[in-house]
Design a protein around this ligand. Structure first.
Ligand SMILES: [Zn+2]
Length: 100
């Protein structure tokens, strides 16, 4: 059976996904093998970040953007009300709730 031809967009997406997968695998292995974080703590963080979009479904919502904290300049998901690193409030998120 002949394989169906993939269009260029799909091939590009697959290549980007494979590169991102490599980066993630490298980062996770680095964190674990350098003992920066343990497996259980990593799993806890994974569940926490998964839930930031309001759904514990093993992925981030498609509309999840990111923003920088004005206080510590670290990157946070756009929907959080407080910086997950330093705890600074994001008052604009409280004012701009357009999703319910
Ligand atoms: Zn911060």
């Amino acid at each position: 059976m002949a394989r169906p031809q993939k269009n260029a967009g799909l091939q590009e997406l697959e290549q980007r996904l494979a590169r991102q997968d490599l980066m993630l695998q490298t980062l996770v292995r680095l964190l674990l093998e350098k003992n920066v974080i343990g497996r259980e703590e990593f799993a806890q963080w994974l569940r926490y970040v998964d839930g930031l979009d309001g759904k514990d479904d093993g992925r981030l919502g498609a509309d999840t953007g990111y923003k920088s904290c004005a206080k510590c300049d670290r990157t946070n998901p756009a929907k959080v009300f407080k910086c997950q690193y330093c705890g600074a409030s994001f008052p604009d998120n409280i004012m701009l709730t357009n999703d319910g």
